[in-house]
Ligand binder design. Structure first.
Ligand code: 4AD
Ligand code: MG
Length: 515
């Protein structure tokens, strides 16, 4: 249908052609002399209006009540101008074939149904306008994601789904190892299948992986190993969090895009995140016009203008310390009081981007080390880390990233501070042993600024030795940085959908793992 009705002429260039359309019946309107069947094949939002009268082959299927909402049909007809206001063309049916009839109990009839109701019908909701449009925009965002990174020389890395390490150190992992044999008895009674020692503890030596293993919360650590070999890489895959948060922004299973850039600092990281977001939003505005008009009219008024601004305007950048000050000065009453050192809550994030900066994305940097993960690079103040979170309206945190701690001793200290098991990170620490950085901490700062030094053409201020040193150090040290973007939050941002559970085909959240 998109092939027929897409394009400038909306199908008028096909007048007189005989075409076949296959799809699912959305509605049926029976009038005295003709019947209108609206058929949708999911290729676009528009239905094909098929007009059938008693002269058409297969008309008896309309008369006998075989054609109902949900049935699949194959319709052959001639393209004619439409009298209706909604479309330029329609199909005058020559032949109608019911491919699969639909039981009258089909639950999604024309009457308005709530999103909540549709969540309980996740297997049928893609047949609605809203969920068809979300699926197409989600697909376009995925395509644009690969396009952006591929065009910029990044290599896509498949990070593992089963892992022994907890990247975020927050203990929010789903354990996967306890069930070994896949026999029916195990499925019926999983607790009995867990191998136990004499004193009742889990006997990991008998387990499939011979030690505890989990579903990954992030592919970052694995991506870092490839970035320190291939320079710029990205992952794009499912991640899992056993967070018991029943909010409109959290899922237990979500997709994450995690670029990792070698020879890059926090500024490079922010520049990459900004360019990436602008690229994918622009792609959707240009390539999903019909769906975006739908979201603009029915889901969030003004979303197209809001997204166009994101593409054109530069994003605000501020430090965490300044953000806290801004929140303290605001007259708004927050549920969670703010003070330096606290994690920003969704209400704070949304206030900053929606109210303080009028809908502009805001990148907050340099968070207190105690509220961030162990791998983030410690700043010179010893209190904050080179972290960045990108906040966007309606969603709050869309991206979390940082420059990585490349100094082995610092990294080990941070693991100790956060009471994480250093041994299990042996391979990650190896990256700092083999070609990342250990002893050159002072010169490191010069490396970070090397680009600026050269760009500012102030070479004369530096003696030639220091420039050579900078270049040598560049060779030995690999400052690297990266970020993670929650793909469903991006879909939320780009479509205006209120609840993250409506941005992924089959949402996983506390108490819901059906379908
Ligand atoms: O801020 P987070 O936890 O960062 C990381 O996982 C890093 N390892 C990323 C990196 O630097 N490579 O998660 C990154 C993003 C968040 O900003 C958010 O958009 C999304 O992942 N996210 C979730 N999305 C849906 N449901 C959840 N439960 C999410 N938790 C995080
Ligand atoms: Mg985060």
């Amino acid at each position: 249908i998109s092939e027929i009705k897409g394009g400038e002429s909306e199908g008028l260039d096909r007048l007189g052609q005989t075409l076949t359309v296959r799809g699912w019946v959305r509605t049926l309107r029976v009038q005295s002399s003709v019947t209108f069947i609206e058929v949708n094949d999911g290729s676009c939002l528009s239905n094909m209006q098929c007009v059938i009268d008693s002269a058409a082959e297969g008309y008896d299927q309309v008369e006998s009540g075989l054609i109902t909402t949900g049935a699949s049909v194959c319709v052959e007809g001639v393209v004619v101008p439409s009298q209706g206001k909604k479309q330029k063309i329609e199909l005058k049916v020559n032949k109608l074939v019911t491919v699969g009839k639909s039981d009258p109990s089909f639950p999604i009839q024309k009457k308005k149904v709530t999103r909540e109701f549709l969540r309980s019908k996740a297997h049928l909701r893609p047949r609605t306008n809203t969920f068809g449009a979300v699926a197409r925009v989600r697909n376009a965002l995925a395509y644009a994601t690969h396009k952006f990174f591929q065009e910029n020389g990044f290599v896509w890395i498949s990070s593992p789904i089963i892992t022994a390490s907890d990247c975020e150190g927050a203990g929010e992992q789903f354990c996967v190892t306890t069930l070994i044999p896949s026999s029916k008895e195990v499925i019926d009674s999983p607790a009995d299948a867990i191998p136990r020692t004499e004193n009742g503890l889990i006997d990991w030596s008998q387990d499939f992986f011979e030690k505890p293993a989990f579903l990954t919360v992030s592919g970052q650590l694995n991506a870092e190993t490839y970035a320190t070999a291939l320079t710029d890489v990205y992952t794009f895959g499912p991640t899992f969090r056993a967070e018991n948060s029943n909010t409109s922004r959290h899922l237990a299973e979500f997709w994450m895009i995690e670029p990792e850039l070698a020879f890059a600092d926090l500024n490079d990281d922010m520049a990459c995140a900004t360019a990436y977001l602008q690229y994918v939003v622009k792609h959707v505005l240009e390539n999903c016009k019909e769906d975006m008009d739908f979201f603009n009219n029915w889901i969030e008024k003004g979303i197209i203008d809001r997204l166009s601004d994101v593409v054109e305007k530069s994003f605000v950048r501020m430090t965490y310390t300044d953000a806290v000050e801004l929140l303290l000065k605001s007259k708004k009453k927050f549920e969670f009081p703010v003070k330096w050192g606290c994690d920003l809550q969704s209400e704070h994030e949304r206030y900053i981007t929606e109210e303080a900066f009028n809908g502009c994305p805001v990148i907050i940097t340099d968070y207190p080390k105690d509220i961030k993960a162990f791998y983030m690079r410690l700043n010179d103040d010893g209190k904050t880390v080179a972290a960045m979170d990108m906040l966007v309206p309606r969603v709050g945190e869309l991206i979390g990233g940082s420059q990585r701690e490349e100094r082995l001793d610092y990294l080990e200290n941070r693991l100790d501070e956060q009471k994480l098991n250093k041994e299990s990170f042996w391979w990650y620490l190896d990256l700092r042993r083999y070609g990342t950085a250990i002893e050159y901490q002072k010169e490191m700062l010069q490396v970070i600024h090397a680009e600026k030094i050269l760009a500012d053409s102030v070479l004369s201020q530096y003696n030639i030795n220091s420039i050579i040193l900078v270049l040598i150090v560049l060779f030995y040290l690999v400052p690297h940085a990266g970020f993670g973007l929650g793909f469903e939050r991006l879909v939320q941002f780009a479509t205006g959908m209120d609840n993250i559970r409506d941005t992924i085909p089959f949402p996983r959240a506390p108490g819901s793992a059906e379908f």
